[in-house]
Design a protein around this ligand. Structure first.
Ligand code: HEM
Length: 483
């Protein structure tokens, strides 16, 4: 008898769960979304399938993302349903856009239409006040303040000095009898540069502690969102707490000694703001979040450039020639290279642009619709996510001839500002660090190709959950003679 009750209980629990899932599934299914717009036109969802209840198509998305051709999930559906289609990934019904115009519209919309959407582990670690998650006037204010600071010639000059110093220090230790792991070297250099920009911390004991805690912190960004002692997320949150403490101490010291009117780092910029919206906690939290590109995106830009150049001797030859000529000229004039020198090299910039196109360091961005939105005749229902998938646009043969070939020359007469090329996003949240990323990559490439020749070991690009080299890009270097 007891067993019978148990069976009835288990059965009814499963049945209730199934009903809830199925009701949710129906709520988001196409039949329920033939709604009328204010103009009384019938709007329907883009074609596509939602896959399994709850799981959706996440498993197929992830298995493609780990493969050599991560865009295959999207491209297969794009061929079947068109450039904009519906799916269900990462626990949410999602409209995937590979249509550059639709994506542009989404990115340019304000927070009344779309807000950022990230996996739960990431939002837990970032915290509510992270610039990546906040909306409206506060996001615009912080974005504007840091964007203006990053554009200032004064900061670019400082970054150039620091970058040259850290690059030289790193390269001095390179020997020809041991492999150099480009991904590790660039991570270390770019992290130091960005930490200096953010909180004016120089390499030393505190930097080493920060680096260690930061590793612990980012390990949890794509983890299972369970925050209990011992879990990955818990350890990452603990690491973040320690880093926030360090930044809060820096803020306190600055306040005690008087904040400089001429900002020397991002903390100064935010402390100088008079709006009183920017609390010390908000500033400290954001400094940690903004270290992510220093550890991740920028080093990957440099690493991938070396990867593509290793496979493209003609491009490498032209890049080396351009940089050697600049170096010789500057040596003759007895002048050091300044930031505008680095950015003035057209072929070097084309190499960086082409690396951004092929590398797709950020494959796309996720937003959540705050209301029903109509774009180009498509309906994006309230509560659904939109995934603007840049990778397929960047690798589309209709936009770029032979898209899988590394061809920096394609950018010679091409307009970079087209909506077919969005490695730094666009609209309200266009990456404020884009100039810095290009500058750092230009400086690294200059010093690398003018001082070394190299042979790269076999390695492959892994694209999920973040872009990286499987073996950290080992190369064997040979120092060039000074002639
Ligand atoms: C190769 C290097 C980089 C790439 C590919 C990249 C890409 C992106 C993209 C695609 C976005 C838009 C995210 C969205 O729309 O939700 C973004 C935002 C952002 N990036 Fe970058 N980024 C890079 C380097 C940097 C650097 C060096 C910094 C300096 C701290 C930086 C700081 C930020 C910030 C603060 C945002 C958020 C802006 C906002 O939401 O208002 N990024 N980045």
């Amino acid at each position: 008898m007891e067993n019978l009750w148990l069976i009835v209980l288990i059965f009814s629990t499963f049945f209730s769960i199934f009903l809830i899932l199925y009701r949710n599934y129906l709520r988001f299914s196409p039949v329920c979304f033939n709604i009328r717009s204010s103009k009384h036109r019938r709007l329907s969802l883009p074609s596509g399938t939602l896959g399994w209840p709850f799981l959706g198509e996440t498993i197929e998305f992830v298995s493609c993302a780990y493969s050599d051709c991560p865009e295959s999930f999207v491209n297969k559906r794009r061929r079947r349903y068109g450039k904009v289609f519906k799916s269900h990934i990462f626990g949410s019904p999602t409209i995937v856009s590979t249509d550059a115009e639709v994506s542009k519209f989404v990115l340019q919309s304000d927070s009344k239409a779309f807000v950022p959407s990230y996996p739960k582990s990431l939002t837990e670690l970032m915290g509510k006040s992270s610039i990546l998650l906040i909306n409206g006037s506060l996001q615009r204010r912080i974005h504007g303040l840091i964007g203006a600071f990053f554009k200032s010639p004064h900061l670019k000059a400082q970054i150039t000095r620091d970058m040259q110093k850290y690059v030289q220090e790193s390269m001095e230790n390179w020997r020809d009898e041991l492999p150099i792991f480009i991904q590790d070297e660039t991570k270390s250099i770019a992290f130091q540069v960005l930490v200096k920009v953010l909180i004016r911390l120089d390499p030393g004991e505190d930097m080493e502690i920060l680096k260690k805690q930061f590793q612990e912190f980012i390990a949890g960004l794509m983890s299972i969102p369970i925050n209990i002692p011992g879990s990955r997320l818990y350890r990452s949150l603990q690491a973040k707490k320690k880093m926030v403490k360090l930044v809060q101490k820096i803020i306190q010291d600055k306040k005690e000694s008087g904040i400089s009117n001429v900002p020397k780092d991002v903390v100064d910029v935010l402390l100088n703001d008079t709006s009183e919206q920017l609390t010390d906690d908000l500033i400290a939290d954001n400094m940690i979040d903004m270290m992510i590109p220093g550890e991740d995106s920028v080093p990957l830009l440099m690493t991938l450039a070396i990867k593509y150049l290793s496979d493209s001797p003609t491009a490498l030859q032209q890049l080396t020639k351009e940089n050697k000529e600049l170096k010789t000229l500057k040596d003759q004039l007895g002048e050091p290279l300044c930031w505008s020198d680095y950015l003035s090299l057209p072929f070097t910039q084309n190499v960086i642009t082409e690396t951004l196109r092929m590398g797709n360091i950020i494959i796309g961005v996720m937003r959540k619709a705050m209301k029903d939105v109509e774009i180009k005749g498509y309906l994006i229902p309230k509560g659904w996510c939109v995934f603007t998938y840049f990778r397929s646009v960047h690798l589309d043969e209709n936009n770029f001839d032979m898209p899988y070939d590394f061809n920096p020359w394609r950018w010679q007469d091409k307009d970079m500002s087209s909506c077919n090329f969005t490695p730094f996003g666009g609209g309200q949240r266009l990456c404020p660090g884009l100039d810095l990323a290009r500058l750092e990559a230009s400086i690294f490439l200059h010093h690398f190709v003018t001082q070394f020749s190299w042979v790269a070991e076999d390695d492959t690009i892994v694209n999920f959950p973040t872009v990286r080299m499987k073996r950290r890009m080992p190369i064997w270097v040979k120092r060039k003679r000074n002639d």
